[in-house]
Design a protein around this ligand. Structure first.
Ligand SMILES: *Cc1c(COP(=O)(O)O)cnc(C)c1O
Ligand SMILES: [Zn+2]
Length: 400
């Protein structure tokens, strides 16, 4: 197709994309590079507009070579909703929600899984392993089941329980660790060395990010190939943010979008905010965050392997990094549901809390076009909602 090679964003080393690769010898993640001149010459906006409403419509900017290797369940082209009522309450005129809650497996991790698993299948991978905070494990378990790839998933024992069920029902090997995703990562790294499995950890294979970048491609298409001013993203490993930046840069290179890129905002929880701390110090990399803890479990990542790429994208777009308290996140989750009918995940709600904070600071202008990325559905997080309704006896009267 249009893939040219894998490239190291740190030391510029180049690798053959037809061989399975993990990290660069220098320890950095590798990124897929395309022959963008050929893509630009061959791909037409009108043609894309007629294709199936899923992320594979951007075929020329995706790394799978043979269509027969594509493992898909119809993920992508999620709704971009204008939040009129909430916008009005906040004095904002162009507030949008991109809702990844309505996607197979209930989180945007399905984007990474469809592309990552398809490409693993194409490269002949038989067994893979991955550490996860839950949603990635659930998605990869189900996509691996469809692909006929054996998967070993390790997640923290405190992770939300529904992804466990996704792993169990998919019939993969699941282990819990009495610790954080970083501890799960150490266990997986050991097993991968010992058994020569394919390591599907965040950014240790170069294809998951190609799936996640399609959020950026979709946003551009949904806005009529214009770009919003600001995109807020709940940042754990940061793959979505790096991916959106990569996607928009590729679109610029093929001439499909013009002008400034949106300011990218990395949203974290104040109980685990290594990227925010690094951004405040204007550092190039983050430091390990001790005793990480937040209700937004998907962003409990004490040290991301791609932290420097997240920070680069934030600096390059004059974005920022902001931490929000769990109380504000839970209040924002309730507000989105009660005002807009959107039952979002706590990670998405954290972005809403961040919007309120950035408005108050004057960093956001109320007339800017602002996109809040909701990365998953609230239905996967029953534990974040307090619910104790009265219990009636048959024949009781309902009080007005
Ligand atoms: C994984 C996850 C995130 C964080 O994604 P990264 O790409 O690792 O930054 C955010 N929200 C939800 C719901 C997730 O599952
Ligand atoms: Zn390198």
């Amino acid at each position: 197709m249009f893939t040219s090679h894998l490239e190291c964003p740190k030391c510029s080393a180049s690798y053959d994309s037809e061989q399975p690769h993990q990290l660069c010898v220098c320890g950095s993640p590798l990124l897929v590079r395309y022959d963008l001149e050929r893509v630009g010459a061959r791909m037409r906006k009108e043609q894309v507009a007629c294709r199936s409403p899923d992320l594979w419509r951007y075929r020329e900017l995706l790394p799978v070579i043979d269509d027969r290797n594509i493992v898909t369940m119809g993920e992508g082209m999620t709704p971009l909703l204008k939040l009129e009522r909430l916008g009005r309450q906040l004095g904002m005129t162009q507030l949008y929600l991109k809702d990844e809650g309505v996607i197979p497996t209930g989180s945007f991790k399905a984007r990474g899984a469809t592309v990552g698993v398809s490409r693993a299948k194409e490269l002949g991978v038989k067994t893979l392993a991955m550490p996860t905070n839950g949603n990635a494990g659930g998605a990869w378990a189900l996509y691996c089941a469809k692909a006929g790839i054996r998967a070993h998933i390790v997640m923290p024992k405190d992770a939300p329980v529904i992804p466990r069920s996704e792993c169990a029902i998919a019939g993969v090997s699941l282990s819990l660790v009495n610790g954080l995703i970083s501890d799960a990562g150490t266990i997986v790294a050991q097993a991968v060395r010992e058994y020569q499995w394919y390591d599907a950890s965040t950014l240790k294979e170069p294809y998951r990010i190609e799936g996640k970048k399609t959020m950026g491609l979709e946003l551009a298409e949904q806005f009529g190939w214009e770009l919003p001013d600001v995109i807020l993203y709940p940042t754990g490993g940061g793959v979505g943010l790096i991916g959106i930046y990569k996607a928009l840069t590729e679109l610029k290179q093929i001439g499909w979008v013009q002008g400034e890129l949106p300011r990218l905002v990395a949203v974290q929880a104040s109980g685990c905010a290594p990227i925010v701390r690094a951004w405040e110090a204007q550092a190039r990399e983050s430091e390990f965050w001790e005793n990480a803890r937040t209700c937004a479990f998907g962003i409990t990542v004490p040290k991301a392997i791609g932290d420097f790429l997240v920070l680069d994208a934030v600096y390059a777009t004059q974005g920022c990094a902001v931490a929000v308290d769990d109380d504000d996140t839970l209040a924002a989750e309730a507000r989105l549901a009660s005002v807009e009918g959107a039952f979002v995940c706590p990670e998405g709600a954290a972005c809403m809390a961040a919007i309120e904070k950035l408005l108050a600071q004057g960093w956001l202008n109320p007339d800017e076009r602002v996109v809040l990325l909701n990365t998953g559905c609230g239905i996967k997080y029953p534990e974040t909602v307090r619910c104790d309704p009265p219990v009636l006896e048959p024949g009781d009267r309902l009080l007005a």
